[in-house]
Design a protein around this ligand. Structure first.
Ligand code: PA5
Length: 486
């Protein structure tokens, strides 16, 4: 059983729905709730209103991620905002040597997806011509790790020495500082350390682009700095929570720095949004996915979701999804204020790698998981396994097939084995790993958690839980600073 869109995007749920799995009775049980959730999505699209959603400051706040795929004047993504992004492309291409994308959580995870899918592992080792004039890219601010930050500084200093030697010019480094609140400890501590070190280094020219809340009435610290120093600015708009920002200027500024096709990416998201407007659950990927996962959890105890794409460069998709699921749905209270402690636990896995580590648990451990595969149908570059050692029968046996065929055989075998032992699993298939299909997949997952929030009656758009540690950490940091200053 599968849902296939015109684009070729497919959701195969054979091993998740039917006898011994999520059933027709479950669907009947949730029929009214699904209708309500679908209505709520319509209202959200039209007005940005989500019942009971409040901002961090307890104020009513719009939810606008579903507007992002529609590039229109007056929208968050508009022809003029895309033009502004094109200016960034024009500036970095053939001019900037290195971009350091600095951010954490929603200001990092989507950017890493775009980088991995578009650039792969060896981008920074390619020549500038092979990168089509685009800069090298590094990430920072995603931790407060003195070793990795020190290593980055050291590496850039070395690069600048090599450049001085060969080309007698300075290394041009652009720090893309991304923080909606503009003051996040992890991002800003790294920014200050890296900015200070690179500025002091004679062979490096540093420039900064700030991506932050555009609000001018109560500007963020980063915005104030950007105004003062004249740094170019891009926006993390109101109404777009961190985990949805891959479709706004957080993700799109990085996209602009690597030559990623922004329009196709948004087109994929837009076509998926249209598919998700279908009233028929069997034709609506987000509604169907949300129902199956919600019912698997609530009715069958399968409340862990293992996101397991097949392919190295998709691991960051899994990591992006972890934040989306965890922050959106892990909630102590429902919309009426009743304690529910809802939330399915997400896990990162990658095929085939984790078949050699986690699969034992998936296959025989507690019956509490859904394994969600992601598969690429047609790989842009494929390799055939050659028969180089014909005398070694076992190796000769695996030759003559392409690596992508072997990858899919492994995935299919894993799915079959899991299904044969009452283990729920499902698969999203992308016809190819293009910006368009990536846009479809990520948008569908975002819309799916919005549906599931309604089904579980929790606010999928806040994250009050992350404030608790921040309240403890603030005074601790202040005390530390006072002690260091003595
Ligand atoms: O989803 C979220 O809101 C968080 O993960 C934030 O993106 C993260 O904490 C970074 O916040 P900021 O962009 O304000 O620096």
């Amino acid at each position: 059983m599968s849902l296939k869109l015109k684009s070729g995007f497919t959701f195969d749920y054979d091993n998740l729905y039917g006898e011994g799995k999520v059933t027709e009775d479950d669907l009947k049980f949730y029929e009214k709730d699904l209708k309500k959730a679908h209505e709520a999505m319509k209202v959200m699209r039209e007005t940005g209103f989500i019942r009971a959603h409040l901002s961090k400051d307890g104020e009513p706040e719009k939810v606008l991620f579903s507007q992002l795929p529609y590039v229109e004047e007056g929208h968050l993504n508009s022809p003029s905002s895309l033009k502004h992004l094109q200016e960034l492309t024009d500036h970095v291409k053939d001019n900037v040597d290195v971009v350091v994308s600095m951010g954490i959580g929603g200001s990092y995870l989507g950017n890493k997806v775009l980088f991995d899918v578009h650039c792969g592992s060896f981008w920074n080792e390619l020549s500038k011509e092979e990168r089509n004039g685009f800069p090298q890219v590094y990430f920072s601010g995603n931790n407060i790790d003195p070793r990795s930050t020190g290593d980055l500084i050291h590496h850039l200093e070395n690069e600048s020495k090599i450049l001085q030697y060969h080309e007698k010019r300075n290394l041009k480094v652009l720090l893309l500082v991304i923080s909606k609140s503009g003051g996040t400890l992890d991002t800003m501590s790294n920014f200050m350390v890296v900015y200070d070190a690179l500025q002091k280094f004679p062979g490096i020219d540093v420039e900064v682009v700030a991506v932050t809340d555009p609000n001018t009435e109560n500007p963020t610290l980063l915005k104030k700095l950007a105004i003062e120093k004249g740094w170019p600015q891009y926006a993390v708009p109101d109404g777009v929570g961190g985990r949805f920002t891959i479709f706004c200027e957080v993700g799109l500024t990085l996209a602009a720095c690597i030559g990623f096709d922004i329009q196709s990416f948004l087109d994929g998201a837009k076509d998926m949004d249209k598919a998700c407007q279908n009233d028929d659950i069997w034709q609506n990927p987000a509604m169907l996915n949300a129902f199956l996962k919600f019912a698997a959890s609530e009715k069958h105890g399968r409340d862990i979701e293992v996101m397991m794409p097949y392919g190295d460069y998709l691991k960051s998709v899994s990591e992006w999804y972890i934040q989306l699921l965890a922050e959106s749905l892990g909630k102590q209270f429902n919309k009426e204020g009743k304690e529910v402690c809802y939330g399915r636990t997400p896990l990162v896995a990658v095929g085939t790698t984790d078949m050699h580590s986690q699969t034992q648990q998936h296959q025989e451990g507690k019956l509490n998981k859904v394994v969600q595969f992601v598969k690429i149908d047609k790989w842009a570059n494929d390799l055939t396994i050659p028969n180089v050692f014909p005398e070694a029968k076992k190796l000769a046996d695996i030759s003559g097939v392409t690596m992508s065929q072997a990858l899919e055989v492994a995935r299919q075998s894993n799915a079959d084995a899991l299904a044969s032992n009452k283990r729920y699993n499902a698969c999203f298939t992308l016809p190819e790993l293009t910006p368009y299909h990536l846009g479809e997949l990520l948008y569908m997952l975002a819309m799916s958690v919005a549906y599931e929030g309604e089904l579980a009656d929790v606010d999928a758009f806040n994250q009050p839980g992350v404030e608790s540690y921040k309240r403890i950490m603030g005074p601790k940091l202040a005390a530390l600073k006072a002690k260091n200053n003595k």
